[in-house]
Design a protein around this ligand. Structure first.
Ligand SMILES: [Zn+2]
Length: 118
C-alpha cells in the first residue's frame, strides 16, 4: 500500500497506478470521479481526463456534496510547491506575494489570471 500524505496530486502514471490498485470507483458525474480508498476509507476526487487540462487527484473531507468541493486553494498551493518561489515581489498591482521561479507573478495570479496549472 502506498500512503498518499498530501491532499492533492497531479495525476501522473504513478498516481493512476495507485488509484487502480488501492481505490474503488464510487461515482462519476460533472467531469469528476469519486474514489474511496480501500484501506482508510478516505474519499478522493479525480478530474475526468482531458488532453488540454492538467488532471488533479484531491482528498475530500467527506463524500457529501463531493462534486461541489472547492479545491482551488489546494491547486494553487500545489502550483507553488511544484514551481518554487523567489524573493522578488509579484508585479501584479497591490500584490505582496513572492513570484514563482522564473516568472514575474505569484502562484495566485499565475493560476487565476494566466490559467497556469502546473
Ligand atoms: Zn500576485
Amino acid at each position: 500500500m502506498t500512503e498518499l500524505k498530501d491532499k492533492i496530486y497531479y495525476t501522473d502514471k504513478n498516481i493512476l497506478k495507485i488509484i487502480e490498485s488501492e481505490f474503488e470507483l464510487i461515482d462519476q458525474k460533472n467531469w469528476y470521479r469519486l474514489y474511496r480508498n480501500k484501506k482508510d476509507n478516505s474519499y478522493w476526487r479525480l478530474d475526468e481526463w482531458d488532453k488540454y487540462q492538467e488532471q488533479f487527484f484531491v482528498r475530500l473531507e467527506s463524500a457529501d456534496n463531493w462534486t461541489e468541493y472547492d479545491d482551488q486553494n489546494l491547486r494553487i498551493e500545489l502550483l507553488k510547491k511544484h514551481r518554487g518561489t523567489t524573493d522578488h515581489k509579484c508585479t501584479w498591482k497591490d500584490c505582496d506575494k513572492n513570484t514563482l521561479t522564473e516568472m514575474a507573478i505569484c502562484e495566485f495570479h499565475a493560476y487565476t489570471e494566466m490559467g497556469l496549472r502546473k
